[in-house]
Design a protein around this ligand. Structure first.
Ligand code: 5GP
Length: 145
């Protein structure tokens, strides 16, 4: 899907938001949901998504949704740092399939990095074990301030 198109209410993140698909939940407030990426590029790869969005990417998003989204990203990224003590954290998002986007509901990646540890391939590595992701999610959730 390119930058143009129609929001699909049955995309996987919309299903997670409706409770129709499982996730290892890290954090939730009125505006955002955060959960572990099921094809992690690194240990602790976490996603933050807006709960009330029908945009497909950041360019289409309502500014009133973007503001609490970035605050949620900072809050979760701080918890990832406190829980996992990485050497750095990549915070990123993709717009359009050509740019690497594979799920067309706005979302931000929080990707911890450690010196000397290579990052995995985007959205195409192995699927992580849900119980292991839940353990990680609990560790991160415990550090949410
Ligand atoms: P994008 O490629 O759109 O930037 O990011 C989508 C992300 O969602 C990818 O990193 C991919 O691994 C992740 N993902 C895809 N399907 C699922 C799923 O069913 N559950 C979770 N937790 N993550 C998913």
């Amino acid at each position: 899907m390119s930058l143009d198109g129609t929001y699909d209410p049955d995309n996987i993140f919309a299903k997670i938001l409706r409770g129709e698909a499982p996730c290892a939940r890290v954090f939730e407030d009125d505006h955002v949901l955060s959960f572990m990426d099921v094809f992690p590029q690194a240990k602790g790869h976490t996603l933050v998504i807006p709960k009330h969005s029908t945009a497909r990417n950041l360019l289409e998003e309502d500014p009133q949704i973007l503001s609490p989204l970035i605050l949620g990203v900072q809050r979760v990224a701080r918890a990832v740092r406190a829980a996992l003590e990485p050497d750095g954290i990549v915070i990123t998002q993709f717009n359009g399939a050509t740019a690497g986007q594979t799920v067309f509901h706005p979302h931000v990646h929080i990707l911890p990095r450690w010196d000397g540890v290579a990052v995995g391939r985007h959205a195409s590595g192995g699927m992580a074990d849900l119980n292991e992701l839940k353990d990680l999610a609990e560790k991160i959730a415990a550090k949410i301030a």
